[in-house]
Write a protein that binds this ligand. Structure first.
Ligand code: ADP
Ligand code: ASP
Ligand code: MG
Length: 407
């Protein structure tokens, strides 16, 4: 007998038929004598719809009330999934994140899991029930409902796998694994059979939506191996696990494209110690997470700084920067939204040279002008124009030999 956590994302529970399909998949596992903990997301589109309703009522809703609203999406699917299992003759019991013992820090809309108390779940499993847990939600130490950031059901699943000491953690989605690039952008992308936590985390942080970055971070910290696979077919998926030495043989594992960033350039700011600190302190106070930062060499007592922020935070960032510039007594700010960040990722970059050269050559072939560059040990990112970014991704993907072989 094995203990298995199965997480089903928004598309996999998108309508009644699909929820019935989930129930059939779970029943199959029960028929084999296995214990199953199911984690479900809201139906696809529901969380976005709830967010737009909130913003239509109040453009700047309180985070606590947002959490109160957004958990409704998952609450619907746990109950429907339990009912679908009952219809299949399976004893099943639905639980909110709080009931399932997912305890978080106090930060609404982006809470981190601090501990798991899986006693209740254990009890139900021992009594032969399938437990269905609402993904994306937890409870803080004041009993308030919190959410774990967008895509947070992945984190719920990985944390529960750790909490109940599962033998297997499966993330069911609408693609049958992690590909060398988003198959919607690069039709020639190839499925990756195995990937290290580190590469998966880098890809996820750089805009690869298939896994939430924080869930991969948790899996890495607690050594939870998991599989990404499709709820619509039986194909083997991608195993995400600790790095094996053979993984370094591949230089570039995958290409990520992030269209959710904006670029802010501040020019003519007084070139003196403390200017940058004030600007970025202002952004931190406004809860904006800044990504790439470039400062040009100062001339004539003034300097220019360019950085990127999540596109949703554009206007908040502008307000914050303008306020600081007033205090500093100078500088102009410009916002450019139509940018995209393209990145290549691979642990093999540690031991291979020439990746930047090959990337820049491919971008030149794609006629993509590079606006910003940033590197780390296992990735290189560039900011380019959003227009043509898909084509640039396909050309870079081909240049690094990632295209699948023709059938
Ligand atoms: P779920 O609702 O199941 O959590 P998501 O929409 O969050 O699913 O993630 C699945 C989507 O991730 C796919 O439909 C795919 O378009 C996108 N995606 C982006 N990059 C990749 C990649 N490298 N490999 C696989 N899927 C990717
Ligand atoms: N429903 C939440 C979201 O859309 C969580 C998830 O789907 O993982 O972000
Ligand atoms: Mg997701």
């Amino acid at each position: 007998m094995a203990r298995i956590v199965k997480k089903f994302g928004g598309t996999s529970v998108g309508d009644i038929e699909r929820i019935k399909n989930v129930a059939r998949l779970v029943k199959k596992e029960c028929d084999l004598g296995n214990e199953v903990v199911v984690v479900v997301s809201a139906r696809s589109g529901v969380t976005n719809e709830l967010i737009s309703r909130a913003k239509a009522i109040n453009p700047d809703p309180e985070d606590r009330e947002m959490d109160m609203l957004l958990v409704a999406g998952e609450q619907e699917t746990i109950a429907l999934t339990a009912m679908a299992l009952h219809a299949e003759g399976i004893d099943a019991f639905s639980m909110t994140g709080a009931m399932a013992g997912i305890r978080t820090d106090p930060y609404h809309t982006r809470a981190r899991i601090v501990s798991m108390d899986c006693e209740e779940i254990e009890k139900h499993l021992m009594e032969g029930r399938v437990v269905i847990v609402a993904g994306f939600q937890g409870v803080n130490d004041r009993g308030q409902i919190t959410t774990l950031g967008r895509g947070g059901s992945d984190l719920s699943a990985v944390a529960l796998a750790k909490g109940v000491n599962a033998d297997l953690c499966q993330i069911f989605t609408d693609v049958d694994g992690v590909y060398t690039a988003d198959p919607r952008v690069v039709p020639n992308a190839r499925k990756i059979p195995e990937i290290s936590y580190e590469e998966m985390l880098e890809l996820a942080s750089l805009g690869t939506k298939v896994m939430q970055a924080r869930s991969v971070e948790f899996a890495n910290n607690h050594n939870v191996t998991f599989e990404v696979r499709s709820s619509f077919n039986d194909n083997p998926g991608t195993i995400v696990k600790q790095e094996a030495s053979s993984m370094e043989d591949v230089v570039v594992r995958g290409v990520a494209l992030d269209r959710n960033q904006s670029k802010i350039t501040i020019s003519n700011i007084p070139d003196r110690p403390g200017s940058a600190a004030k600007i970025f302190q202002g952004l931190t106070d406004s809860n904006v997470v800044v990504d790439m930062i470039v400062q040009n060499i100062g001339r004539n007592g003034v300097a220019n700084i360019t950085f990127t922020v999540p596109r949703d935070d554009s206007s908040r960032s502008l307000q914050s920067v303008n306020k600081v510039l007033e205090e500093l007594g100078g500088g102009e700010v410009e916002l450019v939204e139509n940018i995209a960040k393209l990145s290549v990722v691979g642990v093999g970059m540690r031991s291979h040279s020439g990746v930047a050269t090959a990337l820049f050559a491919a971008l030149s072939e794609a006629k993509a002008n590079i606006q910003l560059i940033s590197t780390s040990e296992i990735k290189i990112s560039v900011v380019i124009d959003e227009e043509g970014a898909g084509e640039a991704t396909r050309i870079v993907h081909t240049a690094f030999g990632l295209d699948k072989e023709e059938d």
